[in-house]
Design a protein around this ligand. Sequence first.
Ligand code: OAD
Length: 257
Amino acid sequence: MRVLVITGAGVSAESGIPTFRGKDGYWRNLDPAKLATPEAFARDPELVWEWYRERRQRICNAQPNAAHAAIAKLARHADEFLLVTQNVDDLHARAGLPKEKMVQIHGDIFVTRCSRCSFSDAGRGGSPEPPTDRAVLQRGRLRSIAPTSENDVDLPRCPECDALMRPGVVWFGEQLDSRKVEIVENFLRRGSCDLVFVVGTTAVFGYIIDWAVQAAGRKGQLIEVNLEETPVSQFATQLVRGPAAIALPRIVDELIN
Ligand code: OAD
């Protein structure tokens, strides 16, 4: 059995992580242009870091839910498996999904990288400890330079080139990491999938729809798990309208037993 799973914020919703576009989603109250673009970071890095630090903390305090566990279980039983997640949280990994079976296509919120050169902190390196601001600064051997203004206090700087460090995520207007795209495309090139799951995403990005449709090919099943209709729905062979943490464990158990 060859399986591709694509997830979005909805898969972590039941762990208490807000989605982006839903009724309690981040983009209901916050402007993405002020928080999730390179221009926003250039204008107000302090504000952007504050938002990401708060999100890191929230993720650290959350636990993987039954949907993450079901996906990890499916991965153990599939002959070939890839998860493409748009989520920058680490809940798939903490549910036991091996890193090599997963691509975080929009990055990893626990990675801190230079906004100018290629220097990157390795993230938490598997440590379950919450990355407090201090810990992040020290673990990455980062230093905060003497503040040039009130606002500059504690912003991490690159040990190589002294530019500001930024979260290792993909912002609006930025390219996806080509090495990650390559992993997905290599997986798709090796053959179509028997099963494709698209879980908890509004699928606003064309590549998400393209990968799902391409992976299913002519014979594969494309199963959408979502509370509502999305642009993927029209291509799905099965629509499951319900919370992922309830629907996915059932589906996976039926498949495996
Ligand atoms: P969205 O917030 O756009 O969509 C969440 C989806 O999950 C919606 O379609 C909901 O109906 C669905 N949903 C919510 N709760 C659910 C549950 N319990 N079970 C199943 N489905 C549920 O999040 P994404 O599609 O992940 O990108 O957003 C895609 C990207 O847009 C994010 O990665 C982020 C964002 O801006 C960047 O920042 C680049």
